[in-house]
Design a protein around this ligand. Structure first.
Ligand code: GLN
Length: 305
């Protein structure tokens, strides 16, 4: 059995040279106020052990990691029909890019870039009776924490300066890819991004995606093991935008990042791991988080490759 606790502690020491590299997501005013010098990490194995270090229980803004939960909910309701509204190809572009949308008639490349997530959000608004409550209920159930919530201040701060996301949503509406009201889609999208969770809670939640042989059914969201396996495939190819190749190369696990500085990764049928540190690189991924995961799979020689 790997001594993950000791491995995580050694990783934390080894990444210290990167502790001042990068900056918080300044384009979301509320996130630029977060203390950038924080770090947490938690690894959960599918046989039920947790290994946590530093600020593993400090909650932070999960941002785009929420797109995995939104995809799970929409797949549960729509099944394969979902893929007629959004693709599953890597974009090779920034998370908030809109350049491909015009050329590709408003069908986003994948559900993890903002354009794709906005389409998924539109779907959730049209199929769920109480989307805001249902989303939280699912996230709470899959992570086993009853008091996870939205941070309305972060969501409205993002809306105030969210010109690019508004442009993407309007382009989607023009092409008929968003059926509902653009303002409602943006509101719910920013709210999902504003959910706050700790590394321990994220690692627990993603254990459900790591353990695809187990039944996936949480608060009415149910996926087959094949669907869970395929969600991992989309995380592998699209979870890090224009750094998906780099993440595969350095870390070698499916995963998802967010501009709050969190990254979650999965070693299928073995473990899930969440890491958080707010300083981001130019692609919007946590500097210390990427480095920590690279060291984890290098030290343990455990990756899907
Ligand atoms: N809410 C952020 C945005 O839409 C999420 C981006 C991210 O985490 N990559 O810009």
């Amino acid at each position: 059995m790997m001594n993950y606790k000791e491995i995580l502690e050694n990783i934390y020491k080894d990444i210290q040279p990167y502790s001042k590299t990068g900056e918080q997501a300044g384009y979301i005013p509320a996130l630029s106020k977060v203390n950038p010098d924080q770090f947490g990490m938690c690894l959960c194995t599918i046989d039920g052990c947790d290994y946590a270090i530093e600020g593993a229980d400090v909650r932070f803004s999960i941002q785009s990691i929420s797109k995995v939960f939104a995809l799970a909910m929409s797949l549960s309701v729509m099944g394969e029909d979902l893929w007629s509204r959004v693709g599953k190809e890597p974009s090779g572009t920034a998370f908030n890019s809109l350049v491909q949308l015009e050329a590709e008639n408003g069908i986003p490349r994948n559900p993890f870039m903002n354009a794709g997530a906005l389409v998924v959000t539109d779907i959730l608004l049209s199929v769920l009776e109480n989307p805001e409550d249902d989303f939280l209920a699912f996230v709470r159930a899959v992570s086993g924490s009853d008091d996870i919530g939205y941070n309305v201040e972060v969501a409205s701060s993002e809306r105030e300066t969210g010109y690019l996301n508004a442009a993407i949503a309007n382009l989607l509406k023009y092409h008929g890819s968003i059926k509902g009201d653009v303002e409602q889609v943006l509101h719910f999208y920013f709210l999902m991004c504003s959910v706050e969770m700790s590394c321990r809670e994220l690692a627990k939640a993603f254990l459900a995606f790591a353990d695809h042989n187990n039944r996936f059914c949480y608060s009415g969201v149910s996926l087959t093991s094949s669907q869970v396996k395929r969600m991992n495939a989309v995380m592998q190819t699209c979870g890090f935008y224009d750094e998906a190749g780099e993440f595969s190369y350095l870390v070698g696990l499916p995963g998802k990042s967010g501009v709050g500085g969190g990254i979650v990764a999965i070693y299928p049928l073995r473990y899930s791991v969440a890491v958080w540190s707010p300083r981001l690189n130019a692609k919007g991924n946590s500097v210390m988080g990427m480095k920590a995961l690279e060291l984890l799979t290098t030290e343990t020689k455990e990756s899907i490759f």
